[in-house]
Design a protein around this ligand. Sequence first.
Ligand code: SAM
Length: 347
Amino acid sequence: MSGLLGFCRQGFEPELAAELTERAAMAGIAGYARAQRNDGYVLFASDEADALDRAMPSRDLVFARQKLRVLAELRGLDPRDRISPMLAALEGQRFGDLWVEHPDSDSAKPLAGLARSFGNALRPALRKAGVLSAQDDTRLPRLHVVFVQGDHAFLARSQPRDASPWPLGIPRLKLLPDAPSRSALKLEEALLVLLDADERARLLKPGMTAADLGAAPGGWTWVLTRQHLRVTSVDNGPLRQHVLDTGLVEHLRADGFHWKPAQSLDWMVCDMVEQPRRVAERMATWFREGWCRHAIFNLKLPMKKRWDETRLCLDLFAEQASRPLTVRARQLYHDREEITVFATRHS
Ligand code: SAM
């Protein structure tokens, strides 16, 4: 078995399968997706897995939380000795780290205990066999053992520079007690996942200006004020008082689809629940008119043909923005029926 394995939100396997299939076809690489609804992962089988891996940087994938290069699929594992077949399959290879995981699905979550205890047993065995370095080494590929059932696992590898730095691709974020809404976690995750550390330091500086369209009750605004940005928050609904009390926020009761800033801003964020094409068009107008340099916005997904709608909205946004942009989109862990997009202007 050779190919790629992607973790996704449970129920979004058809979207990830469609995305991988389309991207492989565009790269001229043959293969096929193996996906079952609610498994929380998709396997894309291909004899050209290395080429496929290179053609699809994990950062470009919308519906994959993590992308792994499959090395072997082991079925019918004997619970008394799962280690020996793994050592045999990995002979001659060398890794800098080991993660034992399971998809984030209802059927695989009970495997969390097995993954933990098995990792403790496998690690010394791999080190003894010379397959795993004595200390974590990020210059070497990471080994992933992915249990999909107690007797069924994938062996896979990732390159730390082209993979999510969190097990299962899920950053564990805690909702702080003074966060005005759970939505705050979406923007926090977007800043962590869609920007790298250098971009976060460069693009989010105290005193920068931002607009928050669809701001109430103030979760996203609150995240921006914690970075000491000055925010114009647009929503007919009320903002939580402690957000206004930061002294960094101006609340405007206006329509986020019509309001425009008097002066160009550093950031615009938008969490308005609306037709995704309408949002994509409005976001494009902001960039075309030069009203902001960077943006993070949500696109709600329809019930059907969600990959098609995603591609259409991202294409429409890039085309109508009419200027060179870096665009990254991802269905985040804290996103439900939506994706989150980061766009930044090339200066
Ligand atoms: N991001 C917010 C937070 O973190 O607390 C939550 C936003 S909530 C999901 C969506 C908001 O968009 C609602 O408060 C709604 O009033 C607002 N909204 C929807 N359409 C709007 C429009 N045309 N103009 C301004 N706000 C709008």
